[in-house]
Design a protein around this ligand. Sequence first.
Ligand SMILES: O=C(O)CCC(=O)C(=O)O
Ligand SMILES: [Fe+2]
Length: 295
Amino acid sequence: MSTTRCRMRLWPPSFWPQLSTARHQVQTSKAFSSGWRRCLPRANSSLGSRQLLFLHLEKWTRMKFLEPARPGVVGDGRPGEKRIYRVPVFTAAFCRALLEELEHFEQSDLPKGRPNTMNNYGVLLHELGLDEPVVTPLRERFLQPLTALLYPDCGGGWLDSHRAFVVKYAPGQDRELGCHYDNAELTLNVALGKAFTGGALYFGGLFQAPTALTRPLEVEHVVGQGILHRGGQLHGARPLGTGERWNLVVWLRASAVRNRLCPMCCRKPDLVDDEGFGDGFTREEPTTVDVCALT
Ligand SMILES: O=C(O)CCC(=O)C(=O)O
Ligand SMILES: [Fe+2]
């Protein structure tokens, strides 16, 4: 069986959730796919340090629960209630090197897509050529063993694609992010730097729950550390105070889950074939048998 990657034909307008990121994908998912193919060879040739960066990925196994008693984390006495976890992902050296690459890319005249409807600044990792050498191994070797244990009910054991991007907040650019949920089964959000104040993430419950935003949990950024959460969990970012904030966001997708029910419009998805990972949906193609070869 071969797998065809798919995107939604159209996100049905009447089912665009007001807070969701689906609207952007109607206009751009195709453009993004073709755009990055054009720029990839050039991006690749200018990034010789990529192999080196990957060597800096830290030990894969350490993980820490967000503890309600921990200073800076607002809990309500029920550990694990929101199922948000903090996990060390990158060394400080890796974060610095990645930021340097991102700034080079930002200053270049290479064609650039934007991460999603809500972020006007930032970089798509596939446009930088870092999807395959960094994000795919991160998902397969580091995240999947954790998410299989932490989120077995959300496809955590069946992740098979992602959409990875870096969001940037700075004075005169984006400063905050409104409350939304992600087009993802699970999300990893890693703080890369630089020096900044404000910009904390806040989390409510799942978007389907009527009381989803009561008593939000505030989570501060720690450079190199990631926050794991369910994609359907309402969240946003408080306004930046000073400085610049860059975070790597990986929307993790499990086709086994989303093929059945689109996580954005909560309907059976209507699909068309796409390039790259598409929107994370798949269509299983029966293996064709060459009858001539059988004789
Ligand atoms: O500002 C952030 O770090 C959060 C980004 C985010 O939630 C998203 O892009 O989906
Ligand atoms: Fe998000």
